[in-house]
Design a protein around this ligand. Structure first.
Ligand SMILES: Nc1ncnc2c1ncn2[C@@H]1O[C@H](COP(=O)(O)OP(=O)(O)OP(=O)(O)O)[C@@H](O)[C@H]1O
Length: 287
């Protein structure tokens, strides 16, 4: 059977700034359309990885390909890869529609693509508004529409919900899921554990320039479940712990059938706990 072409492939990538090595032997590949999260503390190397992935930086060593093409010398990637950085790159004095029209001209796309992209991000009613008049959340959605205008195979986003309130962040999440449903792989960096847990099919945790953990959130959290217990809080507020395994199934079933429990959970840590365990610091420590 023919192997699918990797959407993204990092092959033994190193990055040095002067004598400071900020990425060390980064290798991974992404084959199917999915949402991939890159998590790491401030300064871990996320933006550097994204700059390399999008061809902005040349790695000191190693190679990065998108859809089998070297990101440093493929002009076709411009159309196949939508990119969004902190600076949204919108034209403030132009209308919502014209911001996308410019890109449709660059990529020689039919006008219907503009309406389609605006529809996905829920800005079809704001076509004539100037970017200056938009709220922060709307600007972010317009910038996402721009990344999708050419219906790329890959969209790369550096902290796409940074600074947004939960309602607007949720709108962005829905848009990213819609991109995925339409066959686009989304690669994003985030500081937000809940976002990664909710959205990402798989994640990479980067620490001091190295990938120290990768997989689905579920796989990673399970790996660090040292006690492997089921914790039941009864209606009387009592907390009972059962070792997982056949021998306790009957006791657990009894609690359930007698409707004597308030909550039941497993002992595996959530992603934030795993992150702190692995990096020794909280996510929100920006020192
Ligand atoms: N152009 C550059 N020149 C020199 N050093 C750089 C450059 N870009 C990044 N670095 C260094 O590389 C390291 C990783 O930075 P990077 O911006 O990739 O981290 P990050 O994980 O994106 O952090 P944050 O979450 O704060 O954005 C830092 O020590 C940073 O100072």
């Amino acid at each position: 059977m023919q192997k699918n072409i990797d959407v993204i492939k990092f092959d033994n990538v190193f990055m040095k700034f002067n004598n400071h090595t900020v990425l060390k032997s980064i290798s991974f590949d992404v084959q199917t359309n999915s949402i991939i999260g890159l998590l790491g503390r401030s300064g871990a190397g996320k933006t550097t990885m994204i700059n390399i992935l999008t061809g902005r930086y040349k790695p000191s060593q190693g190679k990065v390909t998108v859809l089998g093409r070297n990101v440093l010398n493929s002009s076709e990637n411009a159309k196949d890869m939508g990119v969004l950085f902190d600076d949204l790159g919108l034209f403030d004095r132009l209308s919502v529609y014209d911001n996308l029209y410019i890109y449709s001209k660059i990529f020689k796309l039919p006008k219907s693509y503009i309406d389609e992209a605006l529809g996905i991000v829920g800005l079809e009613g704001e076509k004539k508004k100037k970017v200056l008049q938009l709220s922060k959340g709307m600007k972010q959605r317009l910038a996402l529409a721009r990344t999708f205008i050419s219906k790329p195979k890959l969209i790369v986003l550096d902290e796409p919900t940074s600074g947004l309130d939960p309602v607007n962040a949720n709108k962005i999440h829905k848009i990213l899921l819609e991109f995925k449903a339409r066959g686009t792989t989304v690669f994003l960096s985030t500081h937000n554990m809940e976002e990664a847990t909710k959205l990402c099919d798989s994640i990479y945790i980067i620490h001091d320039g190295e990938i120290i953990e990768q997989g689905t959130v579920n796989e990673i959290c399970k790996k660090y479940d040292s006690s492997k217990t089921i914790i039941v809080t009864t209606k009387d507020g009592e907390v009972l712990e059962y070792q997982r395994g056949k021998k306790n199934n009957e006791a657990l079933l009894n609690l359930i059938s007698e409707d004597y429990f308030q909550s039941i959970r497993t002992s595996e840590p959530n992603l934030e706990k795993v992150f702190i365990m692995k990096t020794g610091e909280g996510f929100y420590d920006e020192s």
